[in-house]
Design a protein around this ligand. Structure first.
Ligand code: PLP
Length: 643
């Protein structure tokens, strides 16, 4: 990783969440985990959900769409007061919004009525911090109008402190919030579900035991992500402060004087600076700067390092007293403040590196489980697939189906195909026994079975999809294409009837990488972009080289997951099965790609599909099948010269 990066430890975020949630639970308080500083990164929201939050709070609709695309079905609360111009989008994509403007609330009701839904709101009251909120004097007159609206429901009231005015939550101002809640309930005969007392700055009051009892909801970001309350920014008990670490590389390391030489004027950012003469010092320049983060918010993680200053692309350090000596090319690490983290997460120049402890889920497989469409499984087994895998020292278990031996007519064939469900369930069971699945099928229908099995066994996994088609036809166009052309969009939840939510949750579009595409419909391209799915076309592979493409693809697919599934269709290889795939990857390129997958140690399952064309003449196509077996073997670790 040559440039600046943020390393994100998902386990630490999960543990921090648990610490905050368990304290809150003790006082009868529900927590919404706030992801806005991470631009709505789905893996982070999922870590918070595992840690026990009951909802996700987000300030931007774009981030909310990102979360929804990754299968997050939990309650999502829109934190920033909605603009009049986006009411339609809001009622259809968020469950609850925070509000303070009557005209907007009326518009929300109109929009919700149009869609035949009830939109829930939390009415914000300004208790003196002077950011959003109804002034308390206006509360009753405003609420009186809201309760008459047909499609909006007041789900609760809330306040936000320590944001603009720095007002600290106290027993008194929180008590007022509780009083307003009771006033509303009495006057309008309501029952409020949430009395939402604020953000991370409310935790000290809560821990002191002085939070009024009726406060039952908090919206927490910083305390979970950075492990700090936000009044004094002190470490919060039970949390760690280094779930996020920003780092960059030392690109110059030299002894220089501490005072500039010559007459000095303004620096690059228009400031006059004073320098103290401390003699000759060892100085390091890092390849990170003001374009990437808020430099004032960085605290060096390595002892004995101080920050001297920064320009747009350079960070200057004094490393003379570094406890562990640094050399050129080393990376220095920093704990970011909230502001520094926000800038780094938003910058496209900063790589986001998600970490999970893969040792929890990934051990050496006990063997390989071969399953899929019986015809195809048989075809490969006759060509020696099982034997070759045994030669690689894998033990083999497989399900050879019971379909009739000869004269299988087309319609019979589909009838006797095992259903996706059957293969998925058998494979799931074998996965849990420690087998690594290899699923074989005529079309991408069988890929779905492999993905479902994986979703049952892994918290989060990525996908490398090798095919000359993206197979990402949007739901409304599906009927014009063969089923396999929409296999991937279906798997990722883009279908009219939401399809297998578990899979959608475990396999994020952001961990899905398509390699070798030769043609795509315009509508496919739009949907791929919307879902943030990385696609490497043959043109990209020509430009970057397969090695670079695989390097990037593996990082992307594996980020924050416990491993990857590989889906291979021979259509990706130049004229392997038919002339239609002319212009695809060369055999050398596909071997190299599979070897890189094997070397990464990330493979957790594989499918090979797309054999409908050759199944009928499997005898005359024996050499093709043997080639495909060799490709599969490369993914499972076969090298030209053996070990
Ligand atoms: C950002 C935000 C929060 C979370 O604040 P933290 O200090 O990160 O806990 C809560 N409520 C609202 C309305 C916010 O905008």
């Amino acid at each position: 990783m040559p440039g600046p990066s943020v390393r994100i430890d998902l386990k630490k975020i999960e543990d921090n969440t648990r610490a905050v949630v368990s304290l809150c639970r003790k006082y009868g308080i529900e927590v919404a985990g706030v992801t806005k500083v991470t631009c709505g990164m789905p893996q982070i929201a999922k870590a918070m959900i595992r840690g026990g939050v009951t909802a996700i709070g987000e300030s931007r609709l774009a981030n909310i769409h990102r979360l929804r695309a990754s299968g997050i079905n939990s309650t999502i609360i829109l934190l920033r007061i909605p603009p009049l111009s986006a009411v339609d989008e809001i009622v259809t994509s968020v469950d609850i919004s925070l509000n303070s403007e009557l005209p907007v609330i009326k518009a929300l009701s109109d929009a919700a009525e149009k869609h035949d839904i009830i939109h829930k709101i939390i009415l914000m009251i300004d208790l003196g911090d002077l950011r959003e909120g109804i002034w308390p004097d206006d509360l009753l007159t405003t609420a009186e109008q809201i309760v008459r609206l047909p499609a909006v429901k007041i789900e609760g009231i809330g306040t936000n402190l320590t944001c603009y005015g720095g007002v600290i939550p106290t027993k008194e101002n929180m008590g007022k919030l509780a009083d307003y809640a009771e006033l509303l309930e009495r006057t309008f005969n309501l029952k409020l579900k949430y009395i939402s007392g604020g953000n991370s700055s409310s935790l000290p009051l809560l821990a002191s035991g002085r939070m009024p009892e009726r406060i039952n909801h908090l919206r927490i970001g910083e305390a979970i992500l950075l492990g700090r309350e936000t009044i004094h920014r002190s470490a919060w008990p039970g949390t760690t402060q280094d779930a996020f670490l920003l780092s960059a590389e030392i690109i110059e390391l030299k002894k220089k004087p501490s005072q500039p030489i010559g007459n000095t004027g303004e620096d690059a950012f228009g400031r006059h600076r004073k320098f103290r003469d401390t003699g000759m010092r060892m100085r390091a320049i890092l390849n990170v700067g003001r374009e990437d983060t808020v430099v004032e918010g960085l605290s060096p993680a390595e002892k004995g390092i101080t920050i001297l200053g920064a320009s747009s692309d350079h960070l200057l350090l004094d490393v003379t007293d570094a406890e562990i000596p640094l050399k050129l090319g080393d990376r220095a690490h920093f704990q970011p403040s909230y502001a520094a983290l926000l800038a780094a997460m938003t910058s496209e120049y900063v790589v986001k590196e998600l970490i999970v402890d893969r040792s929890i889920q990934r051990t050496e497989p006990k063997g390989i489980w071969i399953d899929g469409e019986p015809e195809i499984v048989k075809m490969f087994s006759q060509a020696g697939l099982g034997k070759s895998l045994k030669n690689l020292k894998y033990s083999i278990a497989s399900h050879i189906g019971t379909s009739p031996r000869h004269n299988i007519k087309e319609h019979n064939l589909t009838q006797h195909n095992p259903t996706i469900r059957e293969v998925a369930l058998r494979t799931r069971e074998q996965c849990s026994k420690g087998y690594m699945p290899l699923i074989l099928g005529g079309s991408h229908r069988m890929t779905l079975a492999a993905l479902i099995a994986q979703a049952f066994n892994t918290e989060a996994f990525g996908l490398l999809w090798f095919d000359s088609h993206a197979c990402f036809i949007p739901p409304d166009l599906k009927k014009h294409y063969p089923k396999s052309r929409s296999a991937l969009s279906t798997a990722l939840g883009y279908s009219r009837v939401p399809w297998f939510p578990e899979l959608r949750y475990r396999l994020s579009p952001e961990n899905t990488v398509i390699i070798g595409v030769q043609e795509a419909e315009p509508e496919e391209v739009v949907l791929l972009k919307k879902g943030r799915i990385k696609t490497f076309t043959m043109e990209d592979i020509d430009n970057l080289g397969i090695k670079e493409v695989m390097h990037k693809g593996l990082i992307r697919a594996a980020s924050g997951t416990y491993g990857i599934h590989v889906s291979f269709s021979p259509s990706v290889v130049d004229r392997l099965v038919s002339e239609e795939s002319a212009g695809g990857l060369t055999l050398r390129e596909i071997y190299l790609a599979m070897e890189m997958i094997s070397n990464s140690g990330l493979l957790c399952s594989m499918d090979a599909v797309g054999f409908d064309k050759i199944r009928k003449q499997s005898n005359s196509n024996r050499h093709i099948i043997e080639r495909i077996i060799n490709i599969i073997l490369s993914a499972f670790g076969k090298k030209i010269l053996g070990e």
